[in-house]
Design a protein around this ligand. Structure first.
Ligand code: FE2
Length: 374
């Protein structure tokens, strides 16, 4: 059964203060084209660049931003570079979930003392705009958390990057900030990673979903959501469970070849407008059949939006005892059925749309069937 932990994380002592998500870095096969995709399809603004023209000879990175969301698209030139090896094995995917901290050295030392595996030791980078301190720890799969201290930096992103703006006119779609980032881990590993976030980063267990909450004929998964002290960082961790056919989590693991980031949920305060713009830009969403809307108001009670508007954009609604939320999921954003996005608008609800799991997972299963991977 789903259980929502009621104790407010905000009042507990925060043993690992994190200000928020600093950036999310993807290793990709072609950073130039990935950057254009995020500008043209998702309405991100190009803000910074690092590559041969700025003195870095082996890698290239484009930084795009919308609201508080910052994505770094990184690739490399030589086939034996670790970035291209990562791309060869996993396809395009998330390498870094960067966490914004006040003191990166202290955060790193605490994390390693508490059992985190070091990815790299703290180091300082400087330019004429100041300095940034970076340190890294491993999490599930090949994903890492970079700890970013930027209180003494005034530049556009980070030392080494040059400001760069879009040649195209970018229309934002209203994305504001990262709501949550979901990790898929191997069968039996969910509790290990929940414990890692609790023990190492001082996160609290927010919600547990067991396989009875996921009620399609074929799909089975379990999920626990952990959240940091101020509640700004939420990491649901999924693992596959025994089902009649291959679950979406197993499909992800088969294609990504290890545990990794499954979806990134981004917040908007006008989901109908945001999704309309994304569709006009060519973003492809999961389809939920029209009969989903037949008894919607009986299930979720009164809502501000018109059912016709929600239906026309295929947006889903769920309610918990604090309010409701609106959400929709894109199809995977690369050829492998791995990473996708969730667009979410919260109207009081702190939960994750459990009432929509069945409709959503059936939608994913229809896609799996088309791919021949169910
Ligand atoms: Fe989600």
């Amino acid at each position: 059964m789903e259980t929502l932990t009621k104790t407010s994380a905000r009042t507990a002592k925060d043993t690992f203060p994190i200000n928020g998500t600093d950036y999310i870095e993807f290793y990709v096969g072609n950073a130039k084209q990935a950057a254009m995709y995020y500008q043209a399809a998702f309405g991100y603004e190009l803000i910074a660049y690092r590559g041969p023209e700025t003195g870095v000879k082996d890698t290239v990175s484009y930084v795009v931003q919308q609201g508080k969301i910052r994505l770094v698209l990184t690739s490399a030139y030589e086939p034996d570079h670790e970035i291209l090896k990562h791309v060869q094995l996993h396809g395009d995917g998330v390498k870094v979930l960067a966490l914004w901290v006040d003191d990166a050295r202290d955060a790193y030392n605490k994390a390693v003392e508490r059992g985190a595996k070091s990815a790299f030791e703290p180091y300082v980078i400087k330019d004429d705009q100041g300095e940034v301190v970076l340190a890294g720890i491993h999490t599930y799969g090949e994903t890492i958390h970079t700890l970013v201290e930027r209180k003494n930096y005034n530049g556009v992103f980070m030392p080494g990057f040059k400001a760069k703006t879009s040649l195209r006119k970018v229309e934002g779609v209203g994305l504001k900030y990262v709501d949550h980032c979901v990790g898929n881990v191997e069968l039996g590993d969910m509790n290990k990673w929940v414990k890692f976030y609790q023990d190492v980063l001082g996160f609290k267990l927010l919600i547990t979903f067991d396989d009875k909450d996921i009620s399609t004929k074929y799909t089975a998964l379990m999920s626990k959501v952990v959240s940091n002290g101020n509640g700004y960082i939420k990491f649901p961790i999924n693992e596959p469970a025994q089902g009649l056919k291959k679950s979406q989590i197993e499909e992800y693991l088969d294609f990504y070849k290890t545990a990794g980031v499954q979806h990134i949920a981004v917040e908007t305060d006008d989901i109908i407008d945001t999704v309309g713009k994304l569709r006009a830009n060519g973003v492809d969403f999961l389809y939920v059949p029209e009969n989903y809307y037949d008894d919607l108001l009986d299930r979720v009670g009164e809502i501000d939006e018109s059912i016709e508007d929600l239906k026309s954009q295929n947006i889903l609604v769920d309610r918990d005892d604090e309010g409701y939320l609106l959400q929709i999921f894109t199809k995977p954003v690369q050829d492998r059925p791995t990473l996708f996005y969730e667009i979410i608008q919260r109207k009081g609800a702190r939960s994750f749309g459990k009432g929509n799991f069945k409709a959503l997972f059936e939608a994913i299963e229809r896609e799996q069937e088309l791919r021949g991977t169910l």
